[in-house]
Design a protein around this ligand. Structure first.
Ligand code: ADP
Length: 495
C-alpha cells in the first residue's frame, strides 16, 4: 500500500500561535500543546496553549473591533467572505492534508470537507447583503409607525469540535462575520491547525484586525468560563457534546448570553419492508461511515423491518467489511483512525457490552494490529435494546441493528431518547414517508437519503440535541437582533 507524504510536514506553514487583535502571539505563560496524528500517534506540531488572560485579550480585541466591523458596509463584509471562500477552495489540497494529519479522516473525505466548509463562506457572503429587509409597518391601531432593524448581536464566542475541524469553524465564522459580529474562535485542542490555517487566510484577504481572533488551548474551562460570565460575550455558538453543552448553558446563564447549541445525536435509521434496499444500503454506508462514524449525524441505531433484516444486514456487512482501513494519506483509504485512544476504547467497550447482551458480530468487532487508533468497520445484529450503544453516541464505525415489525412501535423506539438531531427513513410509500417524518422527534430527516447537511439548509436538533440552527436562510439570524424603532404618527407641524 502506498502511503503518500506521511513524513511531509503538511502544517509547516501554519503559524502555531494565537491570533489576537491581528497579531500572532505566544501564549501568556509560554505554554504549548502537542497536536498528534491519530494514524501514527506521533506529535506533528506544538501550538500555543492559551491562558485565561489570553482568552480575555482575544475577547477585548473582538470588543474593540465590534463597532467598526458592524459599521462596515455589508458589501465589504461580503467581499471579504467571498475572497476567503476562493482562497479556501484554491488551498484545498493543503487544508485537506492538514485535517487528515491532525484528525485522521481519509484525504478524499478531507477534500470533501474543504468544499463543504468553503460553501458556508460563499453562502454567507451572499446572505450578508440581504440582511436589510426588516419590517416597516403601521401598528394595527394606526397610532405608530414601527420599524424593525436587524443588527449584529455583538462579540461572539465560537467553540468548535475536532470531528470537522474546518467546516464547524466556517459554519459559525461565516454567518457571524456576515452579520457584522466580531468573534473569538476556540477550536478543539486535538485539531487546532485547520483553524489556524483558516485564520491566516482571513488575514490575507483583508479582514480587519480583531474581527477574528483564535485561541487554541487545552485549558478550555479556565479560558471560557470567565468570558461567558464576564458580560462582554453577547453570543455563544457551540458545537460539541451534550454534556459540555449543558455546562456552557449554565455558565452562560448569569450574563444571559444568547446561545446556539449543536450537541449530540442518537440518529435512528429506519428501513421499512418496502424500502429500496440498494438505496438503503448505500445510504447506510454514508450515514454510518462518513468520518469513520465520528459525526453527530451518524446513524446510531438501525431499525430494520424483520422481513428484510437479514438481507440488509448481510449486504451492509459485505460493504463495510470490504472498506479499506488505512492511514488517511494511504491511496484508496476509506476508513481512517479514530481521534484518540480513549475514543477507540469507548467504541470497543460498547461493542463488548452489546455482545454480552446477545448481539452477533457479522463483521469487524476488533481493532487492526499496528500503530494508530484504528477500529474495523463493524456490523452487529440481534442488538438488545438495553445495550449501552442504543443510549450512547457510538462515534465510531459500528452499525448496530435491531429489528421491528410494527410502524408505531418503531417510531416510539426511535423517539425513546433524549436526543433529537436527525432521523433516516427508508420506504417507497410516500404516505408512510411523510407520516414517519412528521412523527420523528428530530430537527432533520433524511428521506431515502443518508446525508442531510448542506450549507443552504438549516442544520440543528431538538430536545437535548441543541438550540438554534446553522446554515440556510435562518443561519444568520442566530447572530442578529431584531431592534424595534417606534415613531408615533402625528400630524405634520404647520408651515
Ligand atoms: P468531544 O467529546 O467530541 O471532544 P466536547 O464537547 O468535549 O466534545 O468538545 C467540544 C469543544 O468544547 C472543544 O472545543 C472542547 O475543547 C470544548 N470544551 C470542552 N469542555 C469545555 C468546557 N468545560 N468549557 C468550554 N469548552 C469546553
Amino acid at each position: 500500500m502506498t502511503v503518500l507524504d506521511d513524513r511531509v510536514d503538511v502544517a509547516a506553514d501554519v503559524t502555531p500561535l494565537l491570533l489576537i487583535g491581528g497579531r500572532w502571539v505566544d501564549s501568556g505563560d509560554g505554554a504549548t500543546m502537542p497536536v498528534e496524528n491519530p494514524a501514527t500517534g506521533e506529535v506533528i506540531r506544538e501550538v500555543a496553549d492559551a491562558t485565561a488572560a489570553d482568552g480575555r485579550a482575544a475577547l477585548d480585541a473582538a470588543v474593540a473591533a465590534q463597532r467598526s466591523w458592524a459599521a462596515t458596509p455589508a458589501r465589504a463584509r461580503s467581499d471579504i467572505l467571498r475572497r476567503a471562500y476562493e482562497r479556501v477552495i484554491a488551498d484545498t489540497d493543503r487544508l485537506a492534508a492538514i485535517m487528515t494529519a491532525e484528525m485522521g479522516k481519509p484525504l478524499a473525505e478531507a477534500k470533501g470537507e474543504v468544499a463543504y466548509a468553503a460553501e458556508f463562506l460563499r453562502w454567507f457572503a451572499e446572505e450578508a447583503v440581504r440582511i436589510g429587509g426588516g419590517d416597516f409597518t403601521r401598528t394595527p391601531d394606526g397610532a405608530n409607525r414601527a420599524m424593525v432593524v436587524r443588527q449584529p448581536v455583538g462579540p461572539c464566542l465560537l467553540i468548535t469540535p475536532w470531528n470537522f475541524p474546518l467546516a464547524m469553524g466556517t459554519r459559525k465564522i461565516g454567518p457571524a462575520l456576515a452579520a457584522g459580529c466580531t468573534v473569538v474562535l476556540k477550536p478543539a485542542p486535538q485539531t487546532p491547525l485547520a483553524s489556524l490555517a483558516l485564520a491566516q487566510i482571513f488575514t490575507e484577504v483583508g479582514l480587519p484586525d480583531g474581527v477574528l481572533n483564535v485561541v487554541t488551548t487545552s485549558r478550555a474551562q479556565e479560558v471560557v468560563e470567565p468570558l461567558l460570565r464576564g458580560g462582554d460575550v453577547r453570543k455563544l455558538s457551540f458545537t460539541g457534546s451534550t454534556a459540555v453543552g449543558r455546562i456552557l448553558l449554565e455558565q452562560a446563564a448569569p450574563a444571559v448570553v444568547r446561545t446556539s447549541m449543536e450537541l449530540g445525536g442518537n440518529a435512528p435509521f429506519i428501513v421499512f419492508a418496502d424500502a429500496d434496499l440498494d438505496v438503503a444500503v448505500d445510504s447506510a454506508v454514508q450515514a454510518k461511515m462518513r468520518n469513520m462514524g465520528e459525526a453527530c449525524t451518524a446513524a446510531n441505531r438501525f431499525f430494520v423491518h424483520e422481513s428484510v433484516a437479514e438481507r440488509f444486514a448481510g449486504r451492509l456487512a459485505q460493504r463495510l467489511g470490504s472498506m479499506v482501513v488505512a492511514p488517511g494519506t494511504a491511496e484508496g483509504a476509506q476508513v481512517g483512525p479514530l481521534i484518540d485512544g480513549p475514543s477507540r476504547e469507548k467504541v470497543a467497550n460498547l461493542v463488548s457490552d452489546a455482545v454480552v447482551r446477545g448481539a452477533k458480530v457479522l463483521v469487524g468487532g476488533d481493532a487492526p494490529e499496528g500503530p494508530g487508533y484504528f477500529y474495523n468497520p463493524t456490523v452487529l445484529t440481534n442488538v438488545h435494546p438495553d445495550s449501552a450503544l442504543t443510549r450512547t453516541e457510538i462515534f465510531g464505525p459500528v452499525a448496530a441493528i435491531q429489528t421491528f415489525t410494527d410502524s408505531d412501535d418503531v417510531i416510539a423506539a426511535a423517539n425513546d431518547t433524549e436526543w433529537g438531531l436527525v432521523g433516516y427513513v427508508f420506504t417507497q410509500d410516500i404516505d408512510r414517508a411523510m407520516a414517519v417524518s412528521e412523527a420523528l422527534e428530530v430537527g432533520m430527516v433524511g428521506l431515502n437519503a443518508g446525508v442531510v447537511s448542506n450549507p443552504a439548509t438549516p442544520f440543528g436538533g431538538i430536545k437535548q440535541s441543541g438550540l438554534g440552527r446553522e446554515g440556510g436562510r435562518v443561519g444568520i439570524d442566530e447572530f442578529l437582533e431584531h431592534k424595534l424603532v417606534v415613531l408615533p404618527v402625528r400630524p405634520p407641524r404647520e408651515g
